[in-house]
Write a protein that binds this ligand. Sequence first.
Ligand code: NAP
Length: 254
Amino acid sequence: MSGRVLILGGTGEARDLAARAQAAGMDVISSLAGRVRDPRLPVGEVRIGGFGGVDGLRTWIGDNMIHAVVDATHPFATRITGNAVAATSATDVPFLRLRRPHWTPDPADDWSCVPDIAAAADEIAGRRARVLLTTGRQDVGAFAGIDSAWFLIRVVDPPEASLPPHHQILRSRGPYHLDDERNLLRDNRIDVLVTKNSGGGQTHAKLVAARELGVEVIMVERPPEPPGIRVVSNAAQAMSWLDQLTSGVQRGHC
Ligand code: NAP
């Protein structure tokens, strides 16, 4: 492909794809939002920070000779995905969404599925529960008004939003292992786990531990993807798509 590939990142899948594309000799630049203070960086060139909405991204794509965009952002990062769809269709640049598969419940699980964070907070409000909250620091504010429950809030960086009156902050970053997750739930006498349905292996152990210990899970469902886009579920499939684009360009030059 005669041009650069933009990978919208912030996930393990994005780092995996950047490594594969670089190994295949592609000209790749990864983009991070800049939310995390000390992010895990992909190999190769990286830019950090927002583009300035759809217009900013469209201009950036033109200025940087981007010939394909792979959106490998988190399944709950809807704004950047919407912007990328709009910007690539306006510039006629091929677009692919790389989104890891969601988690599905085992028959032994006790999951309550809710459509969004506000609904998860509604589920907790008024309950005298001990809650492990793993929805990320941007969503903590939704629980700020709940004084009936105690929250163990697990985050990478400290939250800036208002916090519920009874809480403890636990700063850590995955991947997490089953033994540790089991101990965390047991030691803190957790009865409810609140999580987004992020999918992937790095944070899945908490669900297995919850199943084993009979801990209820409030599972925030994923927001819908924009209609009509091409979606793959892992970096290998995204590489096949990039390879096909490459061979398409070569055929065009014959
Ligand atoms: P979001 O709501 O979809 O995006 C908000 C704004 O952040 C976008 O409009 C864009 O700013 C900027 N942005 C987001 N991702 C970007 C990227 N990869 N490169 C450059 N700018 C980006 O996203 P979010 O939920 O705040 O998530 C931010 C980042 O954290 C994402 O890249 C995502 O992969 C990662 N992440 C999110 C979650 C989550 O639960 N949401 C979890 C883990 C990791 P402009 O409009 O100025 O371009």
